[in-house]
Design a protein around this ligand. Structure first.
Ligand SMILES: C[S@@+](CC[C@H](N)C(=O)[O-])C[C@H]1O[C@@H](n2cnc3c(N)ncnc32)[C@H](O)[C@@H]1O
Length: 308
């Protein structure tokens, strides 16, 4: 099994898929959400599916996708959504729905050689797109103490980020970081609180840094607004509190800082109608079936036509 889709029906229902319209799945992965969107399109309209991982691209070879006239796979980072859709001939303000299901797939975590998981000893890689040059080992071997502290503290919410950053600098003076085992040995020495949780926080933080996940999300959010038609919907599933806050702020105010903007007359500018006042979370049945779903949150917004 490549990946079990999270909040599958909730996310696709929220897009209100209408045959004849255009949609994008920014994170194709195993294609679970894409398959349901395509089914609901019934061959009319079009779905553009993005993924930066070449393993995910192979899933687009399944007949349900490759034989569909209504489907196009785009092997690209979703931060280039607008540019890549333009190449496909899609105009701004013309799409009815965009979905993003962030983070990594189970397949990526389960492939030892990708270096995403502390369960296997492998090269410290963690690139979702292997065409990129910077790996997790590069970050550990090159970043300064403050940069590393920021990564561990902000992205990983690690309580002793300063200590861990100093330990990385110390460690690499003796021997550069090469494998997940090298990093794990350091976690074993310095973990605070629950050992497993600590390891997963450190690994997650590095992965988010390697792939510039917050930067890519910000660009995706902005591009989505431009690509959607008024009334079109954006649905985002997050697995990290910082990502969730970015999406929540963006849907509330049109910017990730969450700053309310006012027009010349003092009216608050609201680019989105927030459909999910409270994020949608998976029920107990889904969490029991798929533990990975436990930290997921779905937020949905509908683009409001600007009145000028
Ligand atoms: C959680 S999985 C998506 C699973 C998919 N919704 C399904 O039902 O099978 C996330 C996928 O998004 C891809 N991804 C993450 N960030 C990306 C980005 N910035 N650009 C393109 N793809 C990205 C990953 O490579 C991974 O395959």
């Amino acid at each position: 099994m490549y990946h079990v889709s999270v909040l599958l029906n909730e996310a696709v229902d929220s897009l209100q898929v209408t045959p004849g319209s255009k949609y994008a799945d920014a994170t194709f992965g195993g294609g679970g959400h894409s398959k349901l969107i395509l089914e609901r399109l019934g061959g009319k309209g079009h779905l553009y599916a993005f993924d930066q991982d070449e393993d995910a691209e192979k899933n687009a070879g399944e007949p349900v996708f490759s034989e569909s006239q209504a489907f196009t796979f785009v092997h690209s980072n979703f931060r280039y959504l607008k540019k890549m859709l333009r190449v496909e001939g899609v105009r701004e303000n013309s799409m009815q729905g965009i979905l993003a299901d962030l983070g990594v797939s189970s397949h990526q975590l389960d492939q030892p050689e990708r270096g995403f998981s502390y369960r296997f000893d492998a090269a410290l890689d963690m690139r979702m797109d292997v065409r990129e040059s910077r790996t997790a080992a590069d970050i550990l071997n090159v970043y300064g103490a403050e940069q590393l502290q920021k990564v561990f503290g902000e992205l990983g919410e690690v309580r002793n980020a300063k200590t861990l950053a100093a330990a990385v600098l110390n460690g690499r003076d003796q021997k550069p970081f090469k494998t997940t085992g090298d990093l794990l040995a350091l976690c074993e020495k310095h973990f605070m609180g629950d050992r497993m949780r600590y390891k997963s926080q450190v690994f997650q933080a590095l992965r988010m840094e390697v792939n510039d996940e917050l930067g890519a999300l910000e660009e995706l959010l902005k591009a989505s607004y431009d690509m959607l038609a008024p009334g079109g919907r954006l649905a985002v599933i997050t697995f990290h509190s910082l990502e969730d806050r970015m999406v929540k702020n963006f849907l509330k105010t049109g910017n990730i800082a969450g700053e309310m903007k006012k027009d010349f007359y003092g009216n608050i500018d609201r680019p989105w109608k927030v459909i999910t006042k409270k994020a949608i979370e998976p029920g107990e049945t889904e969490i029991n079936r798929n533990n990975r779903a436990r930290s997921s949150k779905l937020r949905v917004g509908e683009k409001i036509k600007k009145t000028q």
